[in-house]
Ligand binder design. Structure first.
Ligand code: SF4
Length: 561
């Protein structure tokens, strides 16, 4: 039975009271709907109660796009527009030292970032062509591939938003719930349905979750964002450990291929790895279990403090056993089957970069832009290359990379040459392959430092200085203490902040975290006490670190060990 089939009436716009009400007790102050606490306890909850975020679309189409930026209601501008993937971008020229001291409106530019959701990272050449055109016509050529398989535009004017939506939706794309307190883009294995070693193809479940839950007002007022991942790849290629709910392909000894359920992962300021519920779910039941987990979050999630509102806090209080019990008893109305966990992948790279054989005998070709940065003209050319060499299918990855599918053996070399002519490497250096960066101060209002350009320059410098370094390695760069580029689970995590240089000046720099990892050996990097580097010192610091590692490592030792 689908968890959403039992939805009761909403107590507020888009706020269904799905679960039985319990006696208010210890959590009285957390604003949990399931305990009967519907009175908003902070400004964000009030905005969501006043009007469901999804409703802002009508105002954008009928009013704001005609009357202009200055007429946008502030509650829409800094709140509800996120439900349609729109954030104001940072006003150019404001340095990182002002980020924390200025009011939000002082940081707001009159242009927007728009995030296009690409569930499962699946794109057609036609969709990519349209994204490339939108980028060039409306976004000054910008287009970044994010580490959640989305594509983001910048410099979007409110006047152009309805036309952009029209073009996206004409080819089956959208920005619906790409941001906001909603079920965000569903990560999926970029090689679902084609990989030779695949345990199970989760694509149907991703489509069904999208069909049932995305854009449904019943699930559009969550305590905070809700991140989902589905992958049947043994490479564990969707960072399942740091999603609110994840379905990871496993083989049950009696029932065969299905998914192991993980809940409560998330990074940011108080990072937690997801935990297993110990439950095995067949493909056709994944959407129901998703519905149960997101409903628990909606009904029991903490709404008093934004920084305690992610599912990970509820899970920390309940534990996996109680979570599973509530899921089974109150939402699914049946028990789940116990099952095994995934195995540690042999391969350390999870990004599918390179030339790989598909199970149908054709090939897929994964390639690496620098730190996810491409542009509209390049995307259009990638679309043309994919059309010429493949069957019209592409994928984005959770490592800011892309893949072209379905390439015949005798077309691979021509495709690789075409990509490399666009500076998109199929056999990149460790540094190009393993470095990710968030949006940073160029556009992000929360940023303290530059990230994308800094990451690209770091790659170039390390390639020049350490041409023979070929150890798998991840260098993740954030522009602030948030975790958009997953610094806590990188070999070298760089958290942007202002630091003091040798002359006593406050300059851009990074707090260094070392030794984070994902997979079955997942853990957070150690914050190296007092270790902060200025941006200018960064290449020297990383070079020293890696040279020392090369000189001192024992046989088979990895950087993270
Ligand atoms: Fe912005 Fe910080 Fe996220 Fe980077 S990590 S995109 S600077 S909020």
């Amino acid at each position: 039975m689908a968890a959403n089939s039992e939805r009761p009436q909403s107590p507020a716009p888009g706020a269904p009271a799905a679960a039985p009400r319990r006696k208010a007790g210890r959590h009285r102050g957390e604003g949990q709907w399931a305990m009967g606490h519907f009175t908003p306890l902070n400004g964000n909850e009030q905005v969501k109660k006043d009007d469901n975020g999804l409703n802002v679309r009508t105002r954008i189409e009928t009013t704001y796009s005609k009357t202009g930026f200055d007429t946008i209601d502030p509650a829409d501008l800094r709140g509800r527009m996120r439900w349609w993937g729109l954030y104001t971008q940072r006003k150019p020229g404001i340095d990182g030292g002002k980020t924390a001291i200025l009011e939000p409106e002082e940081l707001d530019d009159s242009y927007f970032m728009m995030r296009v959701r690409i569930d499962g990272g699946r794109l057609t050449t036609e969709q990519l062509r349209v994204i490339g055109e939108i980028s060039q016509e409306f976004a000054r050529g910008t287009a970044d591939i994010t580490d959640r398989q989305n594509i983001q535009f910048h410099w979007i004017r409110i006047e152009d938003v309805p036309e952009i939506w029209r073009r996206l939706e004409a080819v089956g794309l959208s920005s619906t719930e790409a941001c906001g307190d909603t079920p965000r883009t569903i990560l999926g294995s970029p090689v679902a349905g084609i990989a030779e070693d695949e345990i199970i193809d989760g694509s149907w479940a991703i489509d069904e979750i999208h069909r049932r839950y995305i854009g449904d007002p019943a699930y559009s007022n969550l305590p905070r964002k809700f991140k989902t991942a589905v992958s049947g790849s043994p490479l564990l290629d969707v960072v399942h450990e740091i999603n609110d709910v994840a379905f990871v392909g496993v083989r049950h000894p009696e029932h065969g291929p299905g998914f192991d359920v993980w809940v409560g992962g998330g990074l940011s300021t108080n990072p937690k790895l997801g935990v297993r519920l110990g439950a095995w779910v067949p493909l056709e039941e994944v959407p129901d279990v998703f519905g149960g987990v997101i409903s628990i979050f909606r009904d029991y999630g903490y709404r008093r403090l934004r920084n305690r509102a992610r599912l990970k806090y509820l899970l920390a209080d309940w534990g996996a056993e109680k979570f599973r019990q509530v899921l089974e008893d109150e939402y699914l109305k049946r028990g789940l089957t116990d099952g095994p966990g995934p195995e540690q992948p042999v391969e350390r790279w999870r990004d599918h970069v390179g030339v790989h054989r598909q199970r149908d005998g054709r090939y897929y070709v994964g390639f690496a832009p620098r730190v996810g940065r491409v542009d509209g003209a390049t995307l259009t050319k990638i679309s043309e290359l994919a059309q010429k060499h493949g069957s019209g299918r592409l994928r984005t990855t959770a490592e800011q990379k892309m893949i072209i599918l379905d390439v015949a053996r005798d077309r691979v070399d021509s495709l690789v040459a075409g990509l490399e002519a666009l500076e998109l490497q199929v056999n990149p250096s460790t540094f190009r392959r393993g470095t990710m960066a968030c949006t940073g101060i160029e556009f992000c209002k929360l940023a303290i430092v530059e990230t994308k350009a800094r990451g690209a320059a770091l790659i170039d410098e390390l390639e020049r200085r350490l041409p023979d370094f070929d150890e798998p390695l991840t260098i993740n760069i954030n522009g602030c203490p948030n975790a958009c580029a997953r610094i806590q689970v990188a070999d070298i995590g760089l958290k942007g902040q202002l630091v003091t240089d040798s002359d006593g000046n406050q300059v851009e720099g990074y707090q260094v975290h070392l030794g984070g990892a994902l997979g079955l050996e997942a853990g957070f990097g150690r914050k190296v006490r007092g270790l902060k580097v200025t941006s200018a010192e960064l290449p020297d610091y990383v070079e020293r670190l890696l040279t020392r590692f090369q000189d001192q490592r024992t046989d088979g030792e990895r950087f993270a060990q």
